[in-house]
Design a protein around this ligand. Structure first.
Ligand SMILES: [Zn+2]
Length: 92
């Protein structure tokens, strides 16, 4: 089991982080995912696409404005292009 599976995972239906209770993927979940999919960014993008689809199904009842859909898209995909962020406890 990876560190990502143990911590900073989503809780449905609101898609909040199970550890820090921020909107998922929280910054730490993003760091863990980027580390876990190092060199396999396309796989990460596909995985986030599946999560995004599930989140859309769960959150549609709570979203009434176009801006909310845009924010959800940015939340799931906006961070994928950033360079990898080192884990807090990782050694150089
Ligand atoms: Zn978190």
């Amino acid at each position: 089991m990876t560190a990502f599976e143990l911590r900073h995972f989503y809780a449905r239906p609101l898609w909040l982080c199970t550890t820090c209770e921020e909107l998922w993927p929280c910054p730490e979940a993003q760091r863990l995912l980027l580390a876990e999919f190092d060199g396999k960014r396309l796989h990460l993008r596909l995985l986030m696409g599946m999560y995004y689809s599930d989140a859309l199904n769960d959150l549609t009842d709570y979203m009434t404005e176009r801006a909310q859909y845009q924010a959800l898209n940015k939340r799931f995909f906006g961070w994928l292009s950033q360079p990898q962020i080192p884990l807090k406890n990782s050694k150089p």
